[in-house]
Design a protein around this ligand. Sequence first.
Ligand code: FAD
Length: 438
Amino acid sequence: MNYTILGGGLSAISLAYFLQNNQNIDEIHILEKDASPGGICRTFVKNGIEYDVGPHIIFSKNKEILDLMNNLLGKNNEKHRRSNRIIHKKRLVQYPFENDLSKLPPEDIDYCVNSFLHNPYENYDAKNMLQFFLKTFGEGITNIYLRPYNEKIWKFDPSFMDTQMVERIPKPPKEDILRSAKGETIDGYLHQLYFTYPKKGGTEALIKAFISKLNPKIKIHTNAKVKEIEKTSYGFKITTSSGMFEADKIVSTIPVNEFVQIYKDTCKPKEVITAASNLRYNSIAVCIVNVKKDYAGENYTFTIADKNIKFHRISKLDFMGANYHIDGTATYMAEITYRKNDLNDQSSDKELTEKVIEGLEKIGFIDSKQDVNFTDLKRFDYAYVIYDLNHRKNMDLIKNYFSSQNIHLNGRFGSFEYLNMDAVINQSKILAEKISNT
Ligand SMILES: Cc1cc2nc3c(=O)[nH]c(=O)nc-3n(C[C@H](O)[C@H](O)[C@H](O)COP(=O)(O)OP(=O)(O)OC[C@H]3O[C@@H](n4cnc5c(N)ncnc54)[C@H](O)[C@@H]3O)c2cc1C
């Protein structure tokens, strides 16, 4: 039997890794549209500086998957302690925001603490993300940080997003909020307090490590954009930009909204087509700026809710060690999200880069444009799945349809879920087990 996996990102590579010892499968073909596999786990290089599609760190609550990632990377892996900051009114607040309230101006501390302790929203059922924030954190923390930050990254009103992403966030204990307001900084989200990152090669080192473990029955075809899939008497006929493939079984990891369009079936239900076109997602531009001075200190990421600054986050790449550093300089990566046809999408790369440099000046990370040595900007169409209020309903419809066609959906945009690397690998492992048991 031959399996063909559409797309060649982490979900495809890890699925092939888990499927390769299945005796019923003779060949696995991975069809990737780009010139190299890896998808949004790829790493790019500018003047010797390696950078990812946004800062990728390796962490997980799932010990088995975490061990797998760390073992694959072996010696090319380094442990780091989180040092993330939120820039609020030119002050540095330690992440997570609610655990370092004493760094705020006095009026903001009062607003956050009082509205947390006397929260009129506390006993309502939260029906959307904004209501969840108000209920869990109170009006101050929500209005000063959570609401503007989430509006900025999602470019989508949090009252139209559901609670799938946030419902597992615990309500901070009253004592922690009071201690944090009085000057104690408390470490939160402990499962990501320590993380690892490849010593060199960026996140793509993980992709390469997986590929190095694949056996010869797995073939990765690059520059093979899938254009059409047709069901046949034997399985599937797949038309790609580099020729035709025949498959007994397929798994799709390509964005499911596109997959619905290219899957030819005269009986495809209209509701499925509509559901696919209503799936919401964000694209991302990442902009690298190498500068002459280092005003950021020993910190990695800085999140910024202020909408006068174009980027929602910057990361100091030097934090990851000597291989990500050029002596006498600092390198930042700014992230800007956007959706098709919005202002960021319509801005040229040069305009976005200028906005990033302007933002760096506003937050005091450069004195003037003259401090910039070099820049690089890349855009990626698919970065974040948006859990809008109809996401679950739309995806259930789509999943049921493809399951009736004997097609599995896998991966971040393949299954259209907000999945980090560990969750993607785990999803592949579970799918490989399911395939082996059928
Ligand atoms: C900004 C950002 C920061 C992140 N940070 C972290 C982090 O710190 N830690 C963490 O664990 N995870 C992080 N992630 C998540 C991580 O990148 C993803 O979970 C993972 O890369 C998803 O892999 P995938 O294979 O599901 O998707 P993708 O990487 O999107 O793979 C899909 C592949 O399909 C290909 N494709 C698309 N259409 C076609 C077609 N028609 N024909 C053929 N091929 C096609 C694409 O080119 C791509 O290679 C981050 C993601 C982003 C965007």
